[in-house]
Design a protein around this ligand. Sequence first.
Ligand code: C5P
Length: 235
Amino acid sequence: LSCGVVIVAAGRGERAGSHAEGPKQYRRIGGRPVISHTLDLFVNWPHSRHIVVVIHPDDAALFETARAASLPAGDRLTVVHGGATRQQSVLAGLEVLAGEEISHVLIQDAVRPFVEPAILERTLAAFHHGARAVLPAVAVADTLKRADANGNVAETVSRSGLFAAQTPQSFHFATILEAHRRASATGRSDFTDDASIAEWAGVRVHLVEGSAGNVKLTLQKDITMADQRLSNGLP
Ligand code: C5P
């Protein structure tokens, strides 16, 4: 397989609050920017032929600092500007890979720095079995409640069969490029992940086991916990 990788990092990270170090993907955990941890795995992965990092135009200097703190990616790394929504940012990254000899693409949130090689291995195995769309996910462990407008419990929702979606979400390249282009052409820009675009386009999405450690850093407390995790010597 010849894989492209799109790492989306063009968000403003507003839910984590503003910070002198910039948006959350550039905050330091274990002494290095979040995105430099994320990059390491993909830069090292033997199947990644070309890595595209999608950034916000204001973050060029922040990204260069983060890149310098990552393992060198040589000339296989391209930086491109994203859009107003995650969906638009992903499409900008996919378009860079269009026309290249890429069979599959892995689409990764910059704010998931703890993704593990085992998830990439399970993804590859699913591709070898013919999957065109692969989603790492973990079964929901908590009991789920739906709230009413007053902040009271309206009902308990069965968690049976429910999974929390992670990244990288990975696809047969031509399939997801076509689905993304079509979604954009129909005026949709609000899909919050790429598997949902594949679902919308009628592509079957295959679930593989994610990992509990592969957390998304959303809030300030997530960044603090990630920093503590690295400072305590955990991978
Ligand atoms: O906003 P959310 O937490 O869902 O963002 C997930 C990932 O998508 C982050 O890595 C963020 O930088 C990226 N993103 C983007 N362009 C946007 C919004 C989010 O690249 N316009």
